[in-house]
Design a protein around this ligand. Structure first.
Ligand code: ATP
Length: 263
């Protein structure tokens, strides 16, 4: 996919943490949502890694991805249980030691008070973060997220629970990243019924070549014996509104071209 600016700053990676994902008990929906959110604000998501709840595995992934990504989002492993080791792994990956963070502890105490719960040692553990971390408020649950502003990479560690992860992306991560970005993206799609992908491949291919500034893709599927193709265009522009307009206009001309080619 092309973007207006393609350098490390605009590259993002996602690390999904959890044995439950790797044994197939839980379907990873977090990376799907985060990838879409980052793409729509102009980031190029380069990689999604899924790792076990182990300090070494998480730290290795984060350290490697820091080499050529400006943003890393991790999900999972922030809670109070023995297998929640993300803070320790981020400390390991960045070389920044762990501290009991007063600001994080205050956030936890406030959330517990709202929920009528007591602070205990298990919950206190959630305030032990890398010393330079900025805790991210959790509007849904208790565990704060972690924001690390490293010299060339920002790392955001968010909870695994999808509602908590989404709330933190929307209330903290996206507004912060959107302030810096120069590019917005928008997507427009249309379903063409009773069409096979091979029949429109030439038109779609030549259209994609003529519009390298957009991401042109056909998605074939079959439902109840009926073949259909969903055509999607993702366009970039300086504002969301312009990107939406561009995506819709390009899609319209692609659909016209495909329909004429199949008369
Ligand atoms: P908690 O405060 O609940 O301990 P956490 O940050 O420690 O949060 P996990 O324990 O890793 O998160 O995950 C909590 C739950 O969220 C999991 O049991 C699972 O149901 C769900 N979950 C975790 N990761 C994902 C994911 N990638 N996609 C969808 N659901 C997930």
């Amino acid at each position: 996919m092309s973007s207006l600016i393609f350098n490390k700053f605009w590259r993002a990676a996602i690390v999904v943490i959890g044995n439950e994902i790797l044994i197939g008990r839980v379907l990873d929906t977090n990376s799907h949502k985060v990838a879409k959110m980052l793409t729509l604000i102009g980031y190029d998501v380069t990689e999604i890694r899924k790792v076990r709840d182990e300090v070494e595995a998480i730290a290795k992934a984060v350290k490697e991805l820091m080499l050529d990504n400006g943003v890393i989002i991790t999900t999972g492993g922030l809670g109070p249980t023995y297998d929640d080791v993300t803070a320790e792994a981020i400390s390991f990956a960045t070389g920044i030691p762990l501290c009991l963070k007063e600001d994080a502890l205050e956030m936890i105490e406030k959330r517990l008070k709202d929920l009528g719960l007591e602070l205990d040692n298990a919950r206190k553990k959630m305030a032990i973060l890398p010393c330079t971390a900025v805790p991210i408020p959790n509007p849904v649950g208790v565990a704060p997220g972690i924001a690390m502003f490293m010299p060339r990479t920002k790392i955001f560690s968010l909870p695994g629970v999808p509602k908590e992860m989404e709330a933190m992306m929307e209330s903290y991560v996206l507004p912060l990243l959107e302030k810096e970005n120069l590019v917005a993206r928008a997507e427009a799609c249309e379903v063409l019924e009773n069409v096979r992908e091979a029949d429109i491949a030439n038109e779609v291919g030549s259209f994609a070549k003529e519009h390298p500034e957009a991401y042109v893709k056909s998605h074939p599927d079959i439902e109840g014996g009926r073949s259909y193709v969903k055509l999607c265009i993702m366009a970039s522009a300086e504002s969301k509104e312009d990107a939406e307009r561009k995506a819709k206009t390009l899609l319209k001309s692609l659909v016209n071209r495909v329909q004429q080619g199949n008369l």
